[in-house]
Design a protein around this ligand. Structure first.
Ligand SMILES: Nc1ncnc2c1ncn2[C@@H]1O[C@H](COP(=O)(O)OP(=O)(O)OP(=O)(O)O)[C@@H](O)[C@H]1O
Ligand SMILES: Cc1ncsc1CCO
Ligand SMILES: [Mg+2]
Length: 265
């Protein structure tokens, strides 16, 4: 599989899939720029009057509940149901899962619409399976990725989604594979919404790569490796944010393959 990852990255650059995002106000600009930097084409749209039609013309959908409200939740449910009906791949980013009962209720409804992929940090993935989690601080993780492994396996078996737990180690869980990616840099947690951008980039890969597990592995490897490389010449979060976009745009096959730190179990 590892040899296929760069091919998928090239394919996204060459085919520029159109990715529909219903996402939060904090990261709208960042995620659109991350999608452009990897070669994809973003569109942000949430009006009830157009959201289903938009799903129809896009190759994938990304739903991120970061700044959810009643209007957006209706947009999300309309879009997710349409994606399901049209068998379009879609990703759920359960931002702040477990922080409030409203988020938990909405996430249950969205999970019923069968996301192709769920990507969150360890606390968020853990909270998806625990109604009364007390460790939720907000949108940042207080747990390590491996602590959420069982929760990820549960979500995969109940809903069929490939689950990605992001963090110091990114873990990708599908029915028959567990993939560990040891790339990235701790400075990435000091820029808001890099997890949201990672989710959007996964959205670009599931749009065109048939094998969902490979698509998620390629997207997360690309994102974490670019963060790792960009951090080497960044003075802090501000320059990292800009350098990451540049690296997503310019990374070469050699830089990718020599930095990749992947394990299969
Ligand atoms: N401690 C760390 N060391 C190395 N890389 C990290 C670390 N923590 C996160 N990352 C990387 O940062 C990126 C975003 O993952 P993270 O788990 O921080 O998302 P998140 O918590 O959902 O972020 P947000 O909610 O701000 O969007 C991933 O590429 C991940 O590999
Ligand atoms: C800080 C924040 N609050 C809601 S969404 C978001 C972006 C990171 O998830
Ligand atoms: Mg997040």
């Amino acid at each position: 599989m590892d040899k296929q990852l760069w091919k998928h990255i090239q394919a996204v650059r060459q085919t520029s899939p159109l990715v529909h995002n219903i996402t939060n106000f904090v990261v709208m600009n960042n995620t659109a720029n991350a999608l452009l930097a990897v070669g994809a084409s973003p569109i942000m749209a949430h009006a009830h009057s157009e959201v289903e039609e938009m799903v129809g013309i896009c190759q994938s959908l990304v739903i991120n509940i970061g700044t959810l409200d009643e209007y957006f939740v209706t947009s999300m449910l309309l879009a997710a149901k349409k994606a399901n009906e049209l068998q379009k791949p879609w990703l759920l980013d359960p931002v702040g899962s477990g922080a409030t009962s409203y988020r938990n209720t909405v996430l249950s409804q969205l999970l019923e619409c069968k996301p192709t992929v769920v990507r969150g940090n360890a606390s968020e993935i853990l909270a998806l399976t625990k109604a009364n989690n007390t460790t939720i601080k907000g949108v940042d993780s207080t747990a390590q990725s491996n602590e959420a492994l069982e929760a990820a396996r549960f979500i995969n078996s109940k809903y069929g989604a490939v689950v990605c737990i992001s963090g110091e180690t990114d873990i990708i869980v599908s029915q028959d594979q567990t993939i560990y990616l040891n790339n990235g840099n701790a400075l990435m947690t000091k820029v808001t919404g890099l997890g949201c951008s990672a989710s959007a980039v996964i959205g670009a890969f599931i749009a065109i790569v048939e094998n969902t597990t490979e698509a998620v592995a390629a997207a997360m490897a690309l994102f974490s490796i670019c963060g790792e490389l960009a951090a080497k010449h960044s003075q802090g979060p501000g320059t990292l944010q800009v350098n990451l976009l540049d690296t997503l745009h310019t990374i070469t096959e050699e830089e990718f393959t020599t930095t990749l730190n992947i394990k299969h179990a």
